[in-house]
Ligand binder design. Structure first.
Ligand SMILES: C[S@@+](CC[C@H](N)C(=O)[O-])C[C@H]1O[C@@H](n2cnc3c(N)ncnc32)[C@H](O)[C@@H]1O
Ligand SMILES: [Zn+2]
Length: 295
């Protein structure tokens, strides 16, 4: 199922397993052509420059693993073995503080007072949320593997992911992959970059990238990676608060998906994405959701 992000060869991986441990306690995963990747706390880091990533983010990785109760001698040995000589960089994940604390939008009936008046239209029939639109576009029958890309804290996916689905939970941030899996209560966390998705060609049935493609360095490359990983007849649902990708043309994201070989079958626009910073401050984005099919 997984593929090497460097050479595309098969990457044997058993979800839930600790990873292969060598005599020094280093846990790693090796592709069939011999490329090696670190596995930290059971999570594979499938990045083209895994060594640079571990080197730059080693402090954040240790903190994240401690927070998730996944820190051991073996994880420390793995970080030491892989970390390239790099200046430390904090692991940026673009979440609001409230999202990072796992505080989503309060559920209906749980908030009293003035906030209720603000949240009510976001939940009711007057305004449709991004989560409602995504839920509507998910195929009734899912015939294979599902991948959530840029899952963040998992607060969005918790609202639309069918209960029976245990997805691949991909994020460039280890904290994101772990936290989203915890929020969802299921799934397999993987650290990867959407531009170099580590899945075999034609292997996924559904990919959802909610509010992430506007953040990546090369969105065209990301669209191509999504298209490559999907099976024929598979669905990609991509949402963004900036479908113009920094420019003026709001059809840019749809065009990139089309150029990648994905036919856009539905465009739901003007959807509301509330991002709570605190109980008293909520940012509101207006989002486009594109549903595509690989023919
Ligand atoms: C704005 S958050 C969206 C979170 C969630 N999908 C939602 O809508 O609530 C973007 C997420 O994408 C992740 N991300 C950013 N660049 C990425 C990349 N190149 N590949 C994979 N994930 C990425 C970030 O770590 C972050 O968790
Ligand atoms: Zn390889």
């Amino acid at each position: 199922m997984l593929a090497c992000p460097r050479c595309g060869a098969d990457l044997p991986f058993t979800p839930g397993g600790p990873g292969q441990e060598d005599e020094e306690g280093v846990t790693e995963l090796t592709c069939e052509e011999g490329c090696v990747y670190p596995v930290l706390g059971g999570v594979p880091l499938l990045l083209v420059d895994a060594e640079g990533y571990v080197g730059r983010h080693r402090e954040s990785l240790v903190t994240t693993l401690a927070e998730a109760d996944r820190l051991s001698r073996s994880t420390l040995a793995t970080i030491r073995a892989f970390a390239a000589e790099e200046d430390l960089v904090p692991l940026a994940d673009d979440w609001t503080a409230a999202e990072a604390d796992g505080e989503g939008l309060p559920r209906r009936g749980t908030t009293a007072g003035p906030l209720e008046a603000i949240y009510a239209p976001l939940r009711g029939p007057q305004g449709s949320t991004v989560a409602q639109a995504i839920k509507l576009r998910i195929p009734k029958k899912i015939k294979g593997d599902v991948c959530i890309i840029g899952a963040g804290a998992g607060l969005g996916a918790a609202r639309w992911l069918p209960r029976t689905v245990a997805p691949w939970v991909v994020d460039l941030s280890l904290r994101g992959a772990l936290l989203a899996t915890k929020t969802l209560g299921r799934g397999t966390p993987v650290v990867a970059d959407v531009e170099d998705l580590p899945f075999l060609e034609d292997s996924l049935d559904l990919v959802v990238a909610e509010n992430v493609l506007d953040l990546v360095g090369d969105p065209a490359r990301a669209c191509a990676a999504i298209a490559r990983s999907l099976r024929r007849g598979g669905t990609a649902i991509v949402s963004s608060p900036d479908p113009a990708l920094g420019g003026d043309d709001e059809t840019t994201l749809a065009q990139l998906l089309g150029e990648a070989g994905l036919a856009v079958t539905a465009c739901d626009d003007d959807l509301l994405w509330p991002r709570p910073h605190s109980r008293r401050r909520v940012e509101l984005y207006v989002v486009q959701v594109l549903t595509c099919r690989k023919d």
